[in-house]
Write a protein that binds this ligand. Structure first.
Ligand code: ASP
Ligand code: MG
Length: 402
């Protein structure tokens, strides 16, 4: 018998009609003889709404209580889906985080699933469908925890692993993973197969289909994933191990994000330890620094250091730099209207000239590159935000993805 994990995102369970539709999808799979564990997100927009309520009470709303609040979104859809399945004359039952239990470790709102008890649910799968809320667990102390925004994907992957499932299907509101954002670039194509590494890069770099840490877990444990639409019957995108993919193109997808900011420290002392002194307090404040560039100093005494961060961290970062007594510099410059555009492809490893082609393409569009970073299978540039779509279109075309 095949054991399937089916995860349904927020839009897929966004209304009562949609929950009923999801129940029908599950019925089909169940009637075909599969064992089913369904994982659900909260109704689309619900988590944001709950966060807003908490902020109306206090900007720094208590973290423990925030997790209690946010976990309710998934519990609502969980019960509604189980009820809809029962209405279809199927046997179904919800299992909440503390009932299983799903054990987590780490801070509130940012915990990680470390284990769960599978025996009871495994037994139940012989008679019915288990429905489990995504995005949550309980700590060793027994407190309700949540596992980070978009965390239902991580729940689905953890369950696929612990239950040793045959497949893990991520149902969403698009047909799969696209070569770039199909809402903005209509020539974007659905990707049939993609490797974990590429998917990880794409989802970290701004493609919003799946939560990056869930992809990472799937990669570590080699759990094959499929991203597909709740609203069509079309085949989705299969995500698996690189070996089984045939690369005829150097680039698989173009991702972008418009939520970056760039900071330059001008005239920083050029001596050992300075970079560590700059970045240590940022690290302690959990500010994620993305790209770093240091210019060669012309006078051998001072240099300029540029780095990028998430835009939401900008004011905090400026504050920390100003209060940092360990560093000396002449001035701070910043630009909060930048975007990051990236090309991703496992085929890049074996194709020479990809870097040149990207830079030439951007140059032809008169787009100035402000910062560059590379890894084996991706190349990212920071550019002015207003050039984003132009850059994405150009790269999509020159790398033959149209
Ligand atoms: N409801 C949570 C969120 O909006 C988790 C999820 O949807 O995966 O972040
Ligand atoms: Mg989601």
């Amino acid at each position: 018998m095949v054991k399937k994990i089916l995860k349904f995102g927020g839009t897929s369970v966004g209304t009562i009609e949609r929950i009923q539709h999801v129940a029908n999808i599950i019925k089909k799979e169940y009637d075909a003889g599969n064992q089913i564990i369904a994982i659900v997100s909260a109704m689309a927009g619900r988590t944001n709404e709950l966060i807003k309520y908490s902020k109306d009470i206090a900007q720094d709303f208590d973290k423990r209580e925030l997790d209690v609040l946010l976990s309710t979104g998934e519990q609502v859809t969980c019960a509604l889906l189980a009820g809809a399945l029962i209405k279809l004359k199927l046997k179904a039952k919800t299992w909440l985080n503390w009932q299983i239990p799903i054990l987590t470790e780490g801070e509130h709102s940012n915990s990680r699933i470390i284990n769960m008890n599978v025996s009871q649910i495994s037994k139940y799968l012989d008679e019915g469908i288990a429905v489990i809320p995504g995005f949550q667990g309980i700590s060793k102390k027994g407190d309700v925890t949540t596992i980070g925004r978009g965390g239902s994907d991580a729940t689905a992957v953890a369950i696929a692993k612990l239950f040793n499932a045959d497949s893990c299907e991520i149902y969403t509101d698009v047909d799969g993973v696209f070569s770039t954002d199909p809402n903005k670039i209509p020539v974007a194509k659905k990707i049939e197969k993609i490797s974990y590494d590429e998917m990880l890069e794409l989802s970290s770099l701004g493609a919003k289909v799946m939560q990056p840490s869930a992809v990472q877990t799937a990669m570590i444990y080699n759990i094959p994933l499929e991203v597909r639409s709740t609203f069509t019957d079309r085949k989705g995108t299969k995500i698996f191990d690189q070996q089984s993919i045939d690369y005829n193109k150097s680039v698989t997808g173009v991702a972008y994000s418009k939520d970056d900011a760039k900071i330059t420290l001008i005239g920083v002392e050029d001596k050992p330890g300075v970079a560590a002194n700059i970045f240590d307090p940022l690290n302690k404040a959990q500010i994620n620094v993305d790209m770093v560039i240091q210019n060669i100093s012309s006078d051998q005494k001072t240099t300029d250091i540029t780095f990028t961060i998430k835009r939401e961290d900008l004011s905090n970062t400026k504050e920390i730099l100003k209060n940092n007594k360990k560093i000396k510099y002449q001035d701070i410059a910043y630009n909060d209207k930048v975007a990051k555009v990236s090309i991703v492809g496992a085929g890049m490893v074996s194709t020479p000239g990809v870097t040149f082609k990207m830079f030439k393409g951007l140059a032809d569009e008169k787009i100035n590159i402000l910062a560059i970073s590379t890894s084996e299978i991706k190349l990212s540039v920071i550019i002015e935000q207003e050039n984003t779509l132009n850059a994405v279109k150009k790269l999509h075309t020159i790398f033959e993805l149209d």
